[in-house]
Design a protein around this ligand. Structure first.
Ligand code: CDP
Ligand code: MG
Length: 725
């Protein structure tokens, strides 16, 4: 069925800067194994180059694969390209992101997240299904893209054994905005650089007064952003507005990041949209608005977890005489280009995953953006004509709080999962791996330590049988280990739903209105009580099953204040995890164990085997102390059914940590000391020297001593600063 469209996207594509270079680009890809393509955002690299290569016949020898650091970008770009190529999404053009594969036998142009390609390299290092691999958005410096860059260099630069197995040589195209192109080309053996000249128009930037260095912790920037956006709407000439906000104000531990925005409360973007809507309603267009051709405001949110149908709307031109205002996360800075934007409102903040050495884990936090990022944001207003950028922060904030450049993810997050992937690929020496920017050695050692604690590698740093199984799951290693333990007992049905539900957005609705809040709380308490009200993991399991067994699952969710969309996607995730597990269980040496305990104990014992790094013991009153060597003081989060429990609750395990004014632990379950007593020593026994010496043969005794002294000093400093609080 074909619906008539008002405009033809294929014609539009002929006006993109990349179009004039089509022939030369195809030639350049043919000529060399590696090619770096640079160009301003919006010049057409992501949507056009794969199509050019397809037309030029590259897809006859295999697929054209394009990676994106963000899942939303992979999906929306694939939609756009399918539309341009006039095919159904999932046929010739498809996408694959974690837990969502929209490709088929016919797919020749495949957009995917960098995490997905990393998994494919693991299964087939020669990438034999592909004729071309395009690593896109390399300037974003995401962890997985950085690792892929090193891997592709290692495999295809000097034609390794894997590369020689291929029938046709693979072409690797690396694409980036104009930043750092010399460095990337040098890294790839001075590969040729194809620069697409772009047109950029000047953008005038103004600083505000509202946000200064003192406002780092406050969330007042939401109101300010709304105020500025409305000012623009009423006083500036026609042209669309793009507002940069963050997803959430709260700080939350997530490792790896969840598929969707983190759980509690409404997101800042939704709140800003509500506020904007409220205020925009009271505008009198006869008197309040400068440009009399503007007669309304269309407000659209844009963030990773929003439904796909809604995302599509973002790219459509607004109705005549209506101004579009998109309130977005950082995703609109480089990954996605929205046409017609003339004004930028920049909050100055971004949500970023950083390793927090005080807590000992990755923490998702809201931090000031870098100056280069602020310039990139402003640039989005100057694509088709001159534009304006309104920064809500002042000059002092710019000078004192904003770093020059964004630190690459590889230098600020936990490396546990990627180090296991590298090890499984046979990269034994993970310290001398070709990194574009080396992570600090202590981050690598920390990852090795964690893998050792989970029994994924042995003392020599070699991958164990368990490690080989663990790498197959796109989950946090601890959760994977708990799942595999359950599978060895034959009780995977207890853990699969839990793992799935912890991989999606929070399912419990927290309504905005106080009267509804009470009702929702009661319902949620009731759901927890069904399992005895003492184990949040069991509550998750029970919600999953009750909903699945009910006649009308969506009505059941509505009645119980549960997010149907989130729960539905967890059904899907569960099936996929089950398939992976089933495949592994067919292997002859899949571990099997027996037990002699009841179901509740078995469930909790399995959790312990994965969460022993997250054990806490009651210290006094409602305060618990973690047992991971950091000895952090934590509180049970009010959303837990154990929040009010006192009594016998001495030892617990938890899923994650939320840092606000206090450190809260969420998704909690009581355990017995006997279940973890053999596991806990593992947290302290590991000898850094042994692990690092396998990672880097020539490490000297002296270096290790230095490292240990530094670590000890740091611990002492941390504990003394805790004493002061
Ligand atoms: O990759 P690069 O930043 O160079 O550009 P692109 O993402 O290929 O975007 C080229 C054009 O396609 C822009 O004008 C976008 O607005 C448009 N586009 C769109 O309309 N809808 C999408 N889902 C993606 C891109
Ligand atoms: Mg792009």
């Amino acid at each position: 069925m074909s619906t008539p469209t008002r405009w033809n996207p294929k014609d539009e594509a002929k006006h993109l800067p990349i179009y004039r270079h089509k022939t030369k680009l195809i030639r350049a890809v043919k000529d060399d194994t590696f090619l770096l393509v640079t160009g301003e955002t919006g010049s057409g690299k992501t949507t056009q180059l794969p199509q050019y290569l397809h037309e030029a016949g590259f897809s006859r020898n295999g697929k054209i694969g394009i990676t994106q650091p963000r899942r939303v970008a992979a999906i929306t770009v694939a939609q756009r390209v399918a539309q341009e190529m006039q095919c159904t999404l999932g046929r010739e053009v498809g996408y694959q992101v974690r837990f969502d594969d929209c490709t088929s036998q016919d797919t020749v142009v495949k957009y995917m997240t960098d995490g997905c390609l990393l998994r494919e390299v693991l299964a087939d290092p020669a990438l034999s299904q592909y004729s071309v691999i395009i690593l896109d958005e390399v300037h974003e410096r995401s962890l997985n893209t950085d690792i892929l860059l090193g891997l592709l260099k290692k495999i295809f630069f000097n034609q390794s054994k894997a590369a020689k197995q291929r029938s046709h040589p693979l072409k690797v195209v690396v694409m980036s905005a104009t930043l750092e192109s010399d460095k990337i080309s040098a890294f790839l053996g001075n590969c040729p650089v194809f620069a697409i000249p772009g047109r950029v128009f000047p953008v005038t930037c103004t600083f505000g007064f509202a946000v200064g260095p003192k406002d780092l912790e406050s969330t007042g920037y939401v109101k300010e952003v709304v105020k500025v956006a409305l000012d623009v709407h009423t006083s500036e000439m026609a042209g669309d507005i793009l507002v940069f906000l963050t997803v959430q104000t709260e700080i939350c531990h997530v490792n790896p990041p969840p598929l969707f925005s983190p759980p509690t409360g409404r997101s800042v973007i939704e709140r800003a949209c509500d506020l904007l809507f409220e205020k925009a309603e009271s505008i009198d267009y006869r008197y309040d608005v400068e440009d009399q051709t503007v007669e309304g405001l269309l407000i659209l949110p844009l963030y990773g977890s929003m439904p796909t149908e809604q995302q599509r709307q973002i790219f459509q031109p607004p109705p005549p005489r209506i101004r579009k205002c998109v309130v977005a996360t950082n995703i609109a800075a480089t990954s996605l280009t929205i046409n017609g934007i003339k004004y930028i409102v920049d909050s100055g903040f971004v949500k970023q995953l950083n390793h927090n050495s005080r807590v000992g884990m990755d923490v998702l936090e809201v931090v000031p953006i870098s100056k280069s990022e602020a310039q990139q944001r402003a640039g989005r207003a100057g694509r088709t004509s001159t534009g304006k950028c309104f920064r809500i922060y002042n000059k002092e904030f710019w000078e004192k709080c904003m770093p020059e450049y964004t630190v690459p993810e590889i230098q600020r997050t936990s490396l546990t999962a990627v180090i296991l992937t590298l090890k499984c690929l046979g990269v034994h020496d993970v310290i001398r791996f070709p990194y574009l920017d080396c992570p600090e050695e202590r981050f690598i050692l920390e990852a090795l330590k964690q893998l050792y604690q989970f029994d994924a590698i042995d003392r020599k740093g070699s991958v164990t049988k368990l490690g080989e199984l663990m790498v197959e799951f796109p989950l946090h290693p601890g959760l994977t280990r708990a799942l595999l333990k359950a599978a060895s007992f034959g009780c995977q049905d207890l853990l699969l739903p839990v793992a799935a539900m912890l991989s999606v957005e929070n399912i419990f609705i927290r309504p905005g209105k106080p009267e509804n809040q009470k009702e929702a709380e009661e319902k949620h308490k009731g759901l927890a009580a069904k399992t005895g009200g003492m184990n949040d993991f069991a509550t998750l399991l029970s919600v999953f099953q009750s909903c699945k067994d009910s006649e009308r699952p969506s009505a059941w969710c509505k009645d119980n204040w549960i997010h149907w969309r989130a729960l539905k996607s967890s059904f899907n995730v569960e099936t996929q995890l089950r398939d992976i597990l089933f495949r592994l269980q067919q292997k002859r040496d899949f571990p099997k164990e027996t037990h002699d305990c009841n179901k509740s104990e078995l469930f909790r014992r399995c959790l312990c085997s994965g969460y022993f790094t997250n054990v806490a013991r009651r210290s006094f009153g409602k305060v618990f102390c973690t047992m991971d060597g950091h000895g952090s003081m934590v509180h049970i989060h009010p959303s837990s059914s154990l929040f009010d429990q006192e009594g016998e609750l001495d030892w617990i395990v938890f899923h994650d940590v939320l840092v606000t004014s206090r450190m809260y632990i969420r998704t909690v379950c009581p355990i017995r000391y006997e279940w973890v007593k053999d596991l806990l020593p593992k947290l302290h026994e590991v000898d850094v020297y042994e692990l690092s010496s396998v990672a880097r043969e020539e490490v000297t005794e002296e270096e290790v001593t230095k490292w240990e002294t530094r670590e000890a000093a740091k611990r002492q400093q941390e504990s003394s600063s805790e004493d002061l609080m």
